[in-house]
Design a protein around this ligand. Structure first.
Ligand SMILES: [Zn+2]
Ligand SMILES: [Zn+2]
Length: 151
């Protein structure tokens, strides 16, 4: 998925069996623009576009989208839930330990589920959710600047 991909939010909603509403369209388009957004970020973005929406309406839409399989909620430790439209491909996330920036990482070995534990205690393995932690390029650049600034 490229960042400039244009989504047909109404078609996605209809395909998932959801009624097309202004708030749902706005939320889907916001998620397409800003993957891995928290609910508060999404509320703010939708409110800029629709004067007649409410925080609760956006929260309801996020729950509806997640229940319908249109959106996925990820919860890196220590962060509020983040939402994205990229679902069902067993991709993973890398999170910056300093600023919390999140990026996608494709399935580690190219097929899902990519982790094959040596024993599964009788569970059927459906999905692997892996969070990698690191330092993003912005934060790395900041650190480099700081090092230069201190003689
Ligand atoms: Zn960072
Ligand atoms: Zn993702």
């Amino acid at each position: 998925m490229t960042e400039t991909e244009i989504v047909d939010a109404a078609a996605m909603l209809r395909a998932a069996g959801l009624r097309v509403t202004d708030t749902r369209v706005a939320v889907v388009e916001t998620l397409a623009d800003m993957p891995h957004s928290g609910a508060d970020t999404i509320v703010a973005s939708v409110a800029r576009r629709l004067s007649t929406t409410s925080r609760q309406a956006v929260y309801n839409v996020l729950n509806d989208l997640a229940a319908a399989g249109l959106a996925r909620r990820i919860e890196p430790a220590g962060q509020p839930g983040l939402y994205e439209l990229r679902v069902g491909d067993n991709h993973h996330h890398i999170v910056c330990q300093r600023c919390g920036a999140v990026a996608d990482i494709d399935c580690v070995t190219g097929h899902a589920p990519c982790l094959t534990p040596s024993q599964t205690s009788g569970f059927d393995l459906l999905e692997a959710e892996v969070t990698f932690w690191g330092v993003c390029s912005d934060c790395k650049a900041l650190t480099a600047d700081a090092v230069v600034a201190v003689p």
